[in-house]
Design a protein. Structure first.
Length: 238
């Protein structure tokens, strides 16, 4: 069952910041693109920042968003796309008419909010067809956990081995896993652990997206970073 500190409401400050980071969203999408197509289930779709990047490859999509203040924005954003259905509900309460054998399930910056992370991964395993995949993107490195994580209701940040083990416990085979955004760990540590900031700097995120992300994406495509601000993983259902 998907659970957050208050699943009926999410303040969305981080979502608004990410809306101004199209290059970063495209970078995440590039990690999942070989698997992220066909019939897609996205859990915690927010206001659709990431959904918009992969939807061109989808044949149909179910976007699950439990927060009552975000789901209407999600519905409005994709109102003209007949492939998309929005469910303002917890994953455990997904209506029967939306149950199907999905090709892929995706969660971007969602699993870290959930107390029973293995439980929700098991739920997703049950909604995938044999051979389907789950794509998960999460904050990395517990040492970075600070004030921003607290404000965004993060339960945890993950180590690489820990995240892989969570997927295996849920029944998945780990196909790919890696750190991402190595340089981003530095400003996150300073903002959250040193300065104890309680809000993302919107101007700084825009500058980071325009000036740093293209260069860093190119570098990390050549040399996989040993550590990073985030982790991405793809699990497959055998």
């Amino acid at each position: 069952m998907v659970q957050t500190a208050d699943p009926s409401h999410y303040d969305g400050h981080d979502l608004e910041a990410l809306a101004d980071m199209p290059r970063y969203n495209a970078w995440i999408d590039s990690k999942f693109a070989p698997w992220l197509h066909g019939s897609v289930l996205e859990v915690g779709a927010g206001i659709g920042n990431f959904s918009a990047t992969w939807l061109p490859r989808a044949t149909q999509a179910v976007l699950v968003e439990p927060a009552a203040n975000l789901a209407p924005r999600l519905t409005e954003r994709f109102a003209n796309d007949r492939r998309v259905r929005v469910a303002n509900t917890l994953l455990a309460d997904l209506p029967a008419d939306l149950h199907q054998a999905f090709d892929v399930a995706v969660m971007v910056n969602v699993l870290e909010h959930i107390a029973d992370d293995v439980g929700v991964l098991r739920d997703l395993h049950g909604l995938l067809r044999t051979g389907g995949a789950v794509c998960v993107f999460v904050p990395a490195l517990p040492a970075l956990f600070g004030s921003l994580d607290e404000v965004f209701d993060h339960v945890r940040r993950y180590r690489k081995a820990e995240l892989a083990n969570r997927l295996r416990e849920a029944g998945f085979d780990v196909a790919r896993i890696g750190y991402m955004d190595s340089l981003g760990a530095i400003p996150w540590f300073v903002a959250g652990r040193v300065l104890r900031q309680r809000k993302l700097d919107g101007r700084a995120t825009v500058v980071y997206d325009r000036a740093v992300v293209p260069m860093l994406r190119a570098v990390e495509a050549l040399v996989a970073p040993p550590l990073g601000k985030s982790l991405w993983v793809v699990g497959t259902k055998g």
